[in-house]
Ligand binder design. Structure first.
Ligand SMILES: [Fe+2]
Length: 310
């Protein structure tokens, strides 16, 4: 059967994509950001998923504000990069997995989550920036992708609890797919940021770090954060973090945090990133000594990050 082996959360700041496209990744301002994803790229290259499900939000690229689906699942064979105002990003076309996507649609809709099915869709930086951060900039993306676009642009977005439960339904769908596929699920967006209004530039590192802590240890606590608290504490666009809860809902209750990175600012936004592995899956594929070694390494990395390193 197919199985979700790990979850990745990452900000999807558009300026990160512009820095990649304009070859500015070695400039000191951007190097600080990109250096935090070097280990993540190594992890992804070792993990080699067969399929990635990427939860993101569209920024009026595929959908105008005239039609805004709450949850839209990409079932197409391919997803071209969208024109975001400066032309499409120079990234490869994203190849889909229509069979698994249709299976997820069938299962999740029968579980009473009313997805919009997209048989044609363009994808913007919300999806392609995290792909660059985790896969680098290859000529072709290394695995098929199932995009899941979530409305966090027009109020009311779905609640964190609804997102978390959708993650569980997606997991159930994946595990009922007969082919033996390794699936990694991404939650993207966040962390704290506000791009307009009197509080533009708001960053709340205390809120963000607590969110990262609880994402690993107590995600149910995060599902109870109301929209107004996200707005107040993490800025108007901080609500994007509900998408991370879809990823988290698709994982085991107890997970291993294998990597974390947090830095501010990047284009007035807090950049957060975390990699979580399902514990029993991870244990099954590794000898016990190696699991202990990974946990020790993860603890060291967390301490480094808290000291300001990466
Ligand atoms: Fe966004």
């Amino acid at each position: 059967m197919a199985r979700i082996i790990a979850g990745v959360a990452s900000s999807h700041v558009p300026a990160i994509g512009a820095a990649i496209d304009n070859k500015q990744t070695e400039e000191p301002y951007w190097k600080r950001v990109f250096s935090g994803f070097e280990k993540s790229k190594e992890w992804m290259a070792e993990t080699k998923p067969d399929v990635a499900i990427i939860v993101y939000n569209d920024h009026a690229s595929a959908f105008s504000v005239e039609i805004v689906p709450t949850f839209a699942l990409g079932c197409a064979a391919e997803f071209p990069p969208a024109d975001e105002g400066w032309g499409p990003r120079p990234v490869p076309t994203v190849i889909g997995h229509p069979e698994l996507a249709s299976h997820i649609a069938q299962s999740v809709i029968l579980d009473e989550f009313d997805l919009t099915i997209c048989n044609k869709m363009e994808v913007d930086h919300g999806l392609t920036v995290p792909m660059n951060l985790l896969f680098g900039s290859p000529k072709e993306w290394p695995c098929p992708v199932i995009p899941l676009a979530v409305n966090v642009v027009l109020y009311p977005p779905p609640t964190g609890h609804r997102c978390y439960m959708l993650g569980k339904a997606i997991r159930k769908a994946v595990e009922s797919y007969p082919e033996d596929l390794k699936v990694v699920i991404f939650g993207t967006g966040g962390m704290s940021h506000q791009i307009s209004g009197p509080r533009a530039g708001l960053i709340n590192s205390k809120f963000d770090k607590a969110f990262l802590d609880n994402l690993t240890k107590d995600p149910k606590k995060l599902t109870r954060i109301p929209h107004l608290e996200f707005m107040r504490e993490a800025g108007a666009e901080g609500i994007e973090m509900v998408m991370w809860l879809i990823m988290r809902g698709a994982l085991d209750d107890k997970v291993d945090e294998v990597y974390r990175f947090y830095t501010v600012p990047a284009s007035n936004t807090a950049v957060g990133h975390i990699i979580l592995e399902n514990r029993k899956r991870a244990a099954a594929k590794r000898p016990a000594g190696k699991v202990a070694k990974i946990k020790r390494a993860a603890a060291r990395r967390t301490i480094d990050i808290r000291r300001g390193g990466r």
